[in-house]
Design a protein around this ligand. Structure first.
Ligand code: SF4
Ligand code: SF4
Length: 300
């Protein structure tokens, strides 16, 4: 079985307990305005362009058999809709300014990388985290990968937006030890406006994870001016507390680390005027969550 993977990060310490390997999967049905991994959204491999490495030599322009690359004073522009991902431009660029983000890998190939650090997982309480993109888009692949881990007693964490079918979620949960579950809005219209999809599936899958009794952490990206209103944070806290007030909540402060990635795929970043939340704003959000009896931490 194959999946489409765009990064495998070893020695990760931010994607679950202990030292972990994080496998980033391509494809996400959401399009959150603040997404810091926009290259993950397209389910297929795609060419990325590092403008800081590009010498504007034009070799890629001449190489593309479909003549899809244009060069101007700003650099290159690719007609991505027509690109067939042949990779010839990537091979031709000696500056390595062009790269193919995402490649097909078998479960075995990915697991070969994951199991290399089994000793670290044992010592640190770590394991494998599958992230994205949205892992539910590749539920069969993730399930197989997690199954291998279960066989070797490697801890598994599913880092999910929760947007996927019930069947996909049920499948993945069979071999999942911990769920990192994103909650951005309770109001479905706001979710649709800023994340591209309504959130009914997310809320129903949330109930499903709680009913299965799988340990979980709710993660709330805090985006000033978008989802940091008292009303939204209260609704999130109330929803979680009513399900199980033992579920911890992590607040993820908005940052603009992903901004430059948009240019790499010819897209415009839309939140360029939004600043990270202040300490006071973070503290206020934390207090609202805690007022519902929930344990709340602010991630770095
Ligand atoms: S992307 Fe590479 S091949 Fe294309 S113009 Fe830039 S340096 Fe030259
Ligand atoms: S991957 Fe192939 S088709 Fe796509 S831009 Fe590069 S050379 Fe052209």
């Amino acid at each position: 079985m194959e999946g489409i993977v765009y990064n495998i990060q070893r020695y990760s310490i931010d994607d679950g307990p202990g030292v972990r390997t994080t496998v980033f999967l391509k494809g996400c049905p959401l399009s959150c305005l603040w997404c810091s991994n926009p290259e993950s959204q397209n389910p297929l491999p795609e060419v990325t362009w590092r403008y800081t490495s590009c010498k504007k030599c034009g070799i890629c322009v001449e190489t593309c058999p479909l003549e899809l690359i244009k060069l101007d004073e700003d650099g290159i522009h690719i007609d991505r809709k027509s690109c067939d991902r042949c990779g010839k431009c990537v091979e031709a660029c000696v500056q390595e300014a062009l790269q193919m983000s995402g490649k097909r890998m078998t479960v075995e190939e990915v697991y070969d990388v994951v199991k290399r650090d089994a000793d670290y997982y044992k010592v640190s309480g770590g394991g494998l985290t599958c992230s994205g993109g949205e892992l539910l888009m590749q539920a069969d692949f993730v399930t197989e990968l997690f199954k291998r881990c279960r066989g070797d007693e490697i801890h598994t964490c599913a880092d999910t937006s929760g947007f996927g079918t019930k069947e996909a979620m049920e499948k993945v949960l069979v071999y999942t030890d911990l769920v990192y579950y994103d909650l951005k809005y309770i109001d479905s219209a706001e979710h649709k406006k800023n994340c591209g999809q309504s959130n009914e599936l997310i809320l129903s899958n949330l109930v499903l994870v709680v009913e299965k009794g799988i340990p979980m952490v709710i993660r709330v990206p805090l985006i000033p001016g978008y989802n940091d209103s008292d009303e939204n944070l209260t609704a999130i806290a109330k929803t979680v507390a009513e399900l199980d007030d033992g579920i911890p909540v992590n607040i993820l402060p908005y940052h603009r680390y992903g901004e430059n990635k948009y240019r790499m795929i010819d897209r415009k970043y839309q939140l360029e005027d939004v600043e990270s939340p202040t300490e006071e704003e973070l503290d206020k959000a934390k207090k609202i969550i805690e007022s519902y009896g929930l344990k709340c931490e602010i991630s770095k």
